[in-house]
Design a binder for this molecule. Structure first.
Ligand code: ADP
Ligand code: ZN
Length: 823
């Protein structure tokens, strides 16, 4: 007997169901089984749904409510799908980011695990005998006979197959079921292995030397097999040895080899071709960093580090060696990178050291590959995970170390649905799992920098580049002095390009805007061509011969005349990466250029090919957007040009200084990483702006001190905690009213909580900088607190207020906690 007055209830997150978790009773047959983390089938209204058991609760529910609860119908999995720490992390994310737990879990699982089962019908022994005895009783329709012969012809018949039969099959199946001739069970798509198998040849015994010397093909066959450790995929042998099929047949018959089948895990390697580097002799700074960190890697406990190392200081080698230590001790390491372009660079390095135990995780994986890699992680065959944002929730047990590379990068922040920051989640995972976490960057986020300075995180600094290579020389170009043809490439940058190309170096040109022209302006009335769905101007793309919305993808041909006044000619203004590439072609016709931005890189494979081509110096100049700024290590790049340093300064956000400084110092850091020193040309219309001045000195630490002082004065994060409440709706007036009502609720709540001694602030509501996006109007309301738990309570109370108030039926209120973007 349990010591509790009641048997525990299962708290279930129903997939594709309601946003709150529901309680179900555990039927007697399952009492005592640990169902947490397993999928179950539960009744939901008139239907059945798949759910994940998130907890067993000895519930304090009232008896009357308890009586209305329903039983779990079936258990799907034999063991938990998620390790307990990942499930706990998901629950934390749900609470912290104010997002329904079922939806958090839906983001974690591959979609095949969320799929609903279908029924599978089969004949009972009695049914089979009866049907085989032939017709009986009343005459049957053609449809009924078809169903019967299909049942006789197969072991089991899926409901999907039955649906192709003429109408009336359902009634007939029901009839057969009532006779006891047919039974059914569930078919779980996710449980049926979608694995790929391959044939492998296994060497049992080597044929005698006499035979080998008689046939060079046979010798080669045996050598290849021996060199691959005695087991080799048949397809590889076929590729490397002529007449392989003949020898397989012959040797198998003679018993020298065996032909077996094994499961292969689909993988989609997307590594850049990097020269394998010998293990480096660590520099003194690298050594000191290793010493500061490795103790807690060897015997893990929660400890966050900020690895602040200038560009080219050799952080990657430190990551590799720390991961090696983790793996050697039988634990798993998780390495996060902000985007695919960077994972393709690191994949080569990591694969060289960790081989088949590496799992790479990003959005470009095909679903079959994704399933296999998921299985690889859950079955404990993964020792190292290299992945983007969502990999922070990798279902691996015994995690021993988390590394977040380029931790300042805003790609870690998801800006839709579940608005989480993978770096912050990584720190929480490390804390829950009690392991170290390393946040690496040449330009740490102010938040991490601040934690490092105040001792909450341990700051480990690399001040110098490896082999004492100098940081690049920075040259600021005042663009106010240049007109006409020099607006894109100034004479200074032109000269630097000439010198670089003459001395056989490579150059990277950066502009944070794709397309050819930024917008079209009517010469007569001054109207700007706008997206019909978003409050933004359309960008001209020469390659498309049309204009494009960068937010919703809306595309239209270039207008002949102004759509507003119908008189004026539309002329393009501003410029993007396409235009820079064109200018280059005109000015340096003999030079090979490459463009890397979202338009040119239609698929990840193409991105890898381009980066490879640049690395092997098949191209001299690479033009790109922020895709090219982060992390890349191209040793022959000696010149970096920033075409317009002002683009991100103009955004009205308290973070624009931080992001611009990071961007400029990162892009500058791509220059002079090899033996030759580098230089950077920064073109700007604000040469005296403090951010541009800071970039010129490359003194990020100094910049941070200055910026933090300002943030403290204005009481912005990291000195306070903020959340953005984003109200969106299809119509402007109701959305504006809802935003105003939200503001009222927030201020009312603030008054109540402040009387209980909780200092809070409310800012807004105001139209979001992007007032309209994808046909929805948008308003921002900011709330601020001085402690995380106050913010939690505040937002919770506001949301409760919203759920009780009227006027929110036609709008959506999203919570963006620790917002990165104000757009
Ligand atoms: P970061 O990530 O800090 O910008 P990387 O890790 O990319 O820098 O290292 C910069 C370059 O220095 C790489 O080409 C790397 O191979 C090389 N490198 C790293 N450590 C050493 C070392 N100890 N000795 C020589 N070269 C090194
Ligand atoms: Zn649009």
């Amino acid at each position: 007997m349990s010591s509790f007055p009641h048997a525990p209830l299962a708290l279930c997150a129903v997939f594709r169901g309601p946003s709150t978790c529901l309680h179900y009773r555990i039927p007697e047959g399952l009492a005592g089984t640990d169902l947490v983390g397993r999928r179950v089938l539960v009744p939901l209204g008139y239907r059945e749904a798949v759910a994940l058991v998130v907890a067993l609760e000895e519930s304090g529910l009232e008896e009357s409510i308890r009586g209305t609860l329903k039983d779990i119908r079936a258990v799907v999995d034999e063991e938990a799908l998620l390790p307990p720490d990942v499930l706990a992390l998901c629950r934390w994310m749900s609470a912290y980011y104010f997002h329904p737990l079922p939806s958090v879990l839906e983001a974690v699982f591959p979609s095949n695990l969320l799929a609903h089962p279908h029924r599978r019908y089969r004949l009972t022994a009695e049914g089979r005998t009866a049907l085989l005895q032939g017709p009986r009783g009343e005459p049957k329709t053609v449809g009924a006979r078809d169903v019967e012969s299909a049942l006789l012809g197969r072991d089991a018949l899926d409901v999907k197959d039955l649906e192709t039969f003429p109408k009336g099959w359902k009634a007939h199946i029901k009839r057969l079921e009532s006779l006891g001739w047919v039974t059914w069970d569930y078919a779980w798509p996710s449980l049926e292995p979608s694995t790929k198998r391959e044939k492998v040849v296994v060497l049992r015994e080597e044929p005698p030397e006499k035979r080998l010397s008689a046939s060079p093909h046979l010798r080669r066959f045996v050598t290849v097999l021996r060199d691959s450790g005695g087991t080799c995929p048949l397809s590889d042998l076929r590729r490397q040895v002529s007449q392989a099929s003949y020898w397989v047949r012959k040797l198998a018959a003679e018993g020298f080899i065996a032909l077996e089948e094994r499961e292969v895990l689909r993988e989609s390697p997307m590594a850049q071709a990097l020269e394998p580097s010998p293990p480096f002799e660590l520099t003194p700074e690298q050594k000191a960093a290793m010493e500061a960190i490795e103790g807690v890697v060897v015997s893990p406990s929660f400890k966050p580090f900020v690895l602040y190392g200038v560009t080219g200081s050799g952080k990657t080698e430190i990551y590799l060696q720390l991961v090696e230590k983790t793996v050697a001790l039988g634990r798993t390491a998780l390495v996060l990178v902000p985007e695919i372009a960077l994972s393709t660079q690191l994949e080569g390095l990591f694969r060289a050291r960790f081989g088949e135990t590496l799992t790479v995780w990003h959005s470009a994986l095909a679903s079959g590959v994704r399933d296999d890699q998921w299985r690889k992680m859950t079955s404990g065959r993964t020792a190292v995970i290299l992945g983007v944002r969502s990999a922070v929730l990798s279902p691996v047990k015994n995690l021993g170390l988390i590394i977040v590379d380029e931790e300042h990068d805003s790609s870690y922040k998801q800006e839709e649905r579940l608005r989480y920051h993978a770096r912050d989640v990584a720190v929480m995972r490390a804390r829950m799992t009690n392991i170290p976490v390393i946040l690496g960057s040449a330009t740490p986020s102010l938040q991490s920098f601040h934690h490092g300075r105040t001792g909450r995180y341990t700051l480990v600094t690399l001040f110098k580049r490896v082999e004492d290579r100098p940081l690049p020389h920075i040259h600021i170009v005042d663009m106010r002095r240049h007109r006409g043809p020099f607006r894109v490439i100034s004479p200074e940058l032109h000269k630097a390009l000439e010198e670089t190309l003459e001395s056989d170096g490579q150059a990277m040109l950066f502009l944070n805007r794709r397309g050819f022209a930024s917008f079209f302006l009517c010469r007569a009335c001054g109207a700007v061509l706008q997206c019909p769905h978003c409050a933004v101007s359309l960008t001209y793309h020469q390659s498309l011969q049309g204009v494009l919305c960068h937010y919703c993808g809306h595309e239209e041909p270039v207008p002949g005349a102004c759509p507003l006044c119908a008189k004026g000619v539309m002329i393009p203004f501003g410029f993007g990466t396409e235009r820079v590439e064109e200018e280059l072609r005109q000015k340096f016709p003999q030079v090979k250029t490459l463009r890397v931005d979202r338009d040119a890189m239609t698929c990840p494979a193409k991105l890898v090919r381009s980066l490879d081509a640049f690395r092997s110096r098949k191209a001299h100049v690479m033009v790109g957007t922020q895709m090219i700024t982060k992390g890349h290590d191209f040793p022959h790049v000696t010149l970096v040009g920033v075409i317009n340093a002002d683009t991100s300064l103009q955004i009205s956000d308290f973070r624009s200084g931080e992001t611009t400084a990071q961007l400029l110092m990162q892009v500058a850091g791509r220059a002079g990483r090899g033996e030759k020193p580098g230089r950077v040309v920064i073109q700007t219309y604000n040469p005296h702006h403090y951010v541009i001045q800071a970039a010129a000195t490359l003194d990020y630490g100094h910049f941070c001190e200055h910026e933090l002082a300002t943030r403290r004065t204005l009481q912005y994060p990291p000195f306070t905690r903020m959340a953005r409440l984003l109200v969106t709706g299809p119509q402007q007036t109701p959305t504006a009213h809802a935003a105003a009502e939200l503001g009222r609720i927030a201020r009312e709540t603030k008054a109540v909580l402040e009387s209980q001694g909780m200092p809070l602030a409310v800012l807004g509501p105001a139209p979001a900088p992007l007032q309209k996006l994808k046909k929805r109007f948008r308003y921002n309301l900011y709330v601020k607190a001085w402690r995380a738990e106050d913010l939690q309570a505040f937002v919770e109370k506001i949301l409760q207020g919203v759920s009780k108030a009227g006027g929110f039926e036609a709008v959506h209120v999203a919570v963006d906690r620790d917002p990165v973007s104000s757009l």
